[in-house]
Structures are given as structure tokens and as C-alpha cells.
Design a binder for this molecule. Structure first.
Ligand code: SF4
Length: 484
């Protein structure tokens, strides 16, 4: 696809609008022409495959990247044999980087068999200069590298790759602007994520995110509500508002509204039936937010509240700005003011300096907070973070044994919590259909899952289901009514 023509490239660039997103729509059109010409030569359609690693923010970015590629004309494929493979990387755990290098090596071998193949790397790992340097040296067959701040430029970067025929690297230290209204390929037609802010100011001592995603920037409430309206018009029933610390929403924006006020604004959008959000930080979860969740029928009664550790001294070393007691008080307040709420959490085991007593504190919080579920992680040393330089790193066997013990405690607590709903009839959103078994998987307001027999045509609909039997972490149920 290399046009090999600098004069042509110069003319294309000179005609490009300077404003965004108009500029990117222009490059999407240019790339569409280049792709069509190539497909005619080859006598087949070209395909793309996106692999997403890490968190919900990356999943949302991947929908935008897929939207851009599909607007160019690439057909989606499930396989990494596709003509264009894009890795949206995560760098929260160091061993994830090693896995990505292995997979890039595999893609390089496949590229020898398919000269059309393009390999594109983006996301948090690409914000690390060492990672980019290693790829430049050892994986010279990669086509485009960009970071977390300029994903909107994908079409333009692809154009530059086609013109130059060589690797294009465009990684920014910080975001210059938030670009709205890009195309998007929604994975599920009925639910979608909406980024409400980017970056994080918290610098938890184990976390690389503030270094690779930059400082907090909030989108305007108008843009967020407009995106929710657009999604509702496309059939989306449930939105998940996404940010590394949603409590900070609007704080860095002149005339900004609070996150609780944003929830109220989004809930006014006709067609949106459910609103979820991820993730609040326990240190500044406001009473105003608790009241909004309690009063607003559209806001799901589910609060994911990362604990990380139950030991006050470890929380201090983690730079989390709350104590064990403050966390427990907060959970008690949430449960008192929001009847039926599910509280879920994240926990790290084996943080540097964790003693047996610290670990027991964590188990104690799990029991007393009564989590509906918990994502448990073994501490993973992340170079460039303060925790990586701490002494008293915990030996793998000790951390592993504690991790197993914690899983048992979480299992007991969570299944006891889940049992409480047996016999109730509740609204659920039909999310996944298994044709072989004729079973639908639906999600309740409190995030629990229920499997029940029904027809595929109800996928994406809100229905009511009787919760017959609790199977530990999920239910088996019977469909009661549709069109809720
Ligand atoms: S709040 Fe802490 S853990 Fe979460 S992204 Fe920010 S620094 Fe990382």
C-alpha cells in the first residue's frame, strides 16, 4: 500500500483540516481510498483484530479504535491472522509486558507470510520509553506505536505508515486536548462505557497509572450527556461512566459539576435505563454521591470500592489516605443509606512489608464489610513506582499462601451475601445468550448474574426474573415478565 510518493503525501497533508475531529475524519476518508485500492488489487477484503489488555478504560478506547478502523473499511475478525492487528496494552503488572513481547514476536512471524499485515501497538505500555526503545531495536517489523493520549490519531498515523513504509512512533507525555465525536464500534449494542475523565492525581505507591495516563482531565458534562443521548438513540440501555477516580470528576474544570450532579444529568437521558460507574476512591466518596445513588432509580445499587489492604499502616505505605476504620465506617454508611446495595472491592496481597497481622486485618475487613465480591491480586512489583523500591518485598511463597487464604475468606463472605436474594423477583438486563443450552445470562442491578431459559430475541432487554437457586456466586432463575 506504500504510495511511495512524497509529493502526493504533501498534497494530502496540506489539504487536511487543522481542527479535530474533522482532521481525523479527513484521514479516515483518505485511508478508505487507499484500502479500497489495495482490496481491488488483492481481490479480497482486508480484516482487523484488536486485542485489549487491562482495564475498562482500555476497553472503551478499543471501541473507538475499532470504530476508526471499521470506518476506514477494515472488517472485524476474531483471529490474530487478520491483516491488521492492534494491541491496546496495559502496564499495571510487569509480567504483562513480557507476555506482550512474546506475542509481538509471534505476529512478526505471521507477517512474513502476509505482507499486508500491519502491527499496531498502543496503550499504557507504550508510554514507557524503555518499552518503545526495545520494540524499535528488537521488533523492527512493527508498523505504528502510539500512547494513551492520542488514540484519536489512528487514521492519520496509519496514513503516515503507508506513505513511509516504515515504523511510525507518536507517543505524547501529556494530553493536549480531549477530542470528542470519534467513530465507535460498540461491543454490545445494549450497553456501553462512557469516559467521563482521564488520568489520575492520586499516586498510590504501587500504581503506574498516573505516570502513563497523566493528570486528571474531566470531559464537559454537555459532551458526556450528548454521548449518552447518542448511545440511547442507537439502542443502548445501560451506560457505565468511567474514570480512574470518578469522585474527582469536575474538580479540575472551571464551572464543573460534581460527579453526583453528573449522574443526575445522565439519568435524565431518555432511553438510558441503568447507570453504573467505575471507580470511586474511598478517600473522597461524598455523602452527596451516596444520596444520589440512593434516590436515583436509574443508578445501579452497586458500589465498587477498592480496599487494597485492611491494614492502616499498609494503607499509609500505599498512599491511600484512609484507615481501616474509616473504610469500614464508609461501607456501613453506604449500606445504611442505600438499601440492598452491593459493595465489591479490589484487594492486593503481598504488598512490601505486609506482616501476618496486616494480612489478618485485610481478612477482618472482608468479613466485616460483607463484600458481594472481591477482585484479589498478588502484588506485582512495578518498576518506576515508589513501592518497587521499598524494602521488605514479600517472598512469593508467603504471598501465594496468603492469597489462597484470602480467596477462601472472600468465597465464604461473598456466597453468604449472594444467598440473601433467593426467592426474590428482580429486574435483570439480558446480556448473553447460549444457544446450545437455551440459557440467557442476565445481570441484576447489584451486579450479580442469573441464568434462565428464554428466547434469544430478549438479548439486550430488561426483564424480570425469579431467583430460584443460588449457586454460590450466581443464580438459576425463571423468566417472569418482559418489557420492564
Ligand atoms: S487511584 Fe491509585 S490505584 Fe487508582 S489509578 Fe490512581 S494511582 Fe492508580
Amino acid at each position: 500500500m506504500n504510495q511511495g510518493n512524497e509529493a502526493y503525501a504533501e498534497r494530502i497533508r496540506s489539504l487536511a483540516p487543522t481542527e479535530e475531529p474533522e482532521r481525523q475524519y479527513y484521514f479516515i476518508d483518505v485511508m478508505k481510498g487507499i484500502l479500497l485500492a489495495r482490496e481491488e488489487e488483492l481481490g479480497r477484503k482486508l480484516t482487523m483484530n484488536i486485542q485489549t489488555f487491562g482495564c475498562q478504560m482500555n476497553a472503551k478506547d478499543s471501541e473507538t479504535l475499532a470504530g476508526i478502523l471499521s470506518s476506514i473499511g477494515y472488517l472485524e475478525s476474531d483471529s490474530e491472522e487478520a491483516d491488521l492487528v492492534l494491541y491496546n496494552t496495559c502496564t499495571v503488572r510487569e509480567n504483562a509486558n513480557t507476555r506482550v513481547y512474546g506475542r509481538i514476536g509471534y505476529l512478526g512471524n505471521r507477517k512474513k507470510l502476509n505482507p499486508e499485515k500491519r502491527i499496531i501497538l498502543c496503550g499504557c505500555m507504550m508510554q514507557e520509553p524503555q518499552a518503545v526503545e526495545k520494540i524499535r531495536k528488537s521488533y523492527r517489523f512493527v508498523d505504528v506505536i502510539f500512547g494513551t493520549h492520542n488514540i484519536y490519531k489512528l487514521a492519520e498515523l496509519l496514513f503516515e505508515r503507508e506513505i513511509s513504509g516504515s515504523l511510525i512512533v507518536d507517543v505524547w507525555d501529556k494530553a493536549e486536548t480531549i477530542v470528542e465525536d470519534l467513530p465507535r464500534l460498540n461491543k454490545y449494542g445494549f450497553k456501553a462505557g462512557i469516559n467521563i475523565m482521564y488520568g489520575c492525581n492520586n499516586f498510590c505507591s504501587y500504581c503506574i497509572v498516573p505516570y502513563v495516563r497523566g493528570r486528571e482531565r474531566s470531559r464537559s458534562a454537555e459532551d458526556i450527556v450528548e454521548e449518552a443521548r447518542h448511545l440511547a438513540a442507537c439502542g443502548v440501555r445501560e451506560v457505565m461512566l468511567l474514570g480512574q477516580n470518578v469522585n474527582s470528576y469536575g474538580k479540575n474544570t472551571e464551572g464543573g459539576i460534581t460527579f453526583a450532579q453528573l449522574l443526575a444529568r445522565v439519568s435524565e437521558v431518555e432511553g438510558i435505563r441503568r447507570i453504573r460507574f467505575m471507580t470511586p476512591h474511598p478517600k473522597d466518596l461524598s455523602d452527596e454521591l451516596i444520596e444520589e445513588i440512593a434516590r436515583n432509580d436509574k443508578v445501579c445499587k452497586h458500589v465498587h470500592l477498592p480496599l487494597q489492604s485492611g491494614s492502616s499502616s499498609l494503607l499509609k505505605a500505599m498512599n491511600r489516605h484512609y484507615t481501616k476504620e474509616q473504610y469500614l465506617e464508609l461501607v456501613a454508611k453506604i449500606k445504611e443509606r442505600i438499601p440492598g446495595v452491593a459493595v465489591t472491592t479490589d484487594i492486593i496481597v503481598g504488598f512490601p512489608g505486609e506482616t501476618e497481622a496486616d494480612f489478618e486485618d485485610t481478612c477482618d475487613v472482608v468479613r466485616r464489610a460483607g463484600f458481594m465480591s472481591a477482585y484479589t491480586f498478588l502484588y506485582s512489583k512495578r518498576t518506576e513506582t515508589p513501592a518497587a523500591k521499598m524494602e521488605n518485598q514479600i517472598p512469593d511463597d508467603v504471598a501465594g499462601a496468603r492469597f489462597k487464604r484470602l480467596l477462601e475468606v472472600v468465597g465464604e463472605v461473598s456466597s453468604a451475601q449472594a444467598q440473601e436474594f433467593e426467592g426474590q423477583t428482580v429486574p435483570v438486563l439480558c446480556e448473553e445468550y447460549k444457544a446450545e443450552e437455551g440459557l440467557m445470562t442476565g445481570r441484576m442491578d447489584n451486579n450479580l448474574l442469573v441464568h434462565f431459559p428464554c428466547e434469544e430475541k430478549l438479548l439486550g432487554e430488561l426483564v424480570t426474573v425469579k431467583l430460584d437457586v443460588c449457586k454460590g456466586f450466581y443464580y438459576l432463575g425463571t423468566l417472569c415478565s418482559t418489557g420492564v
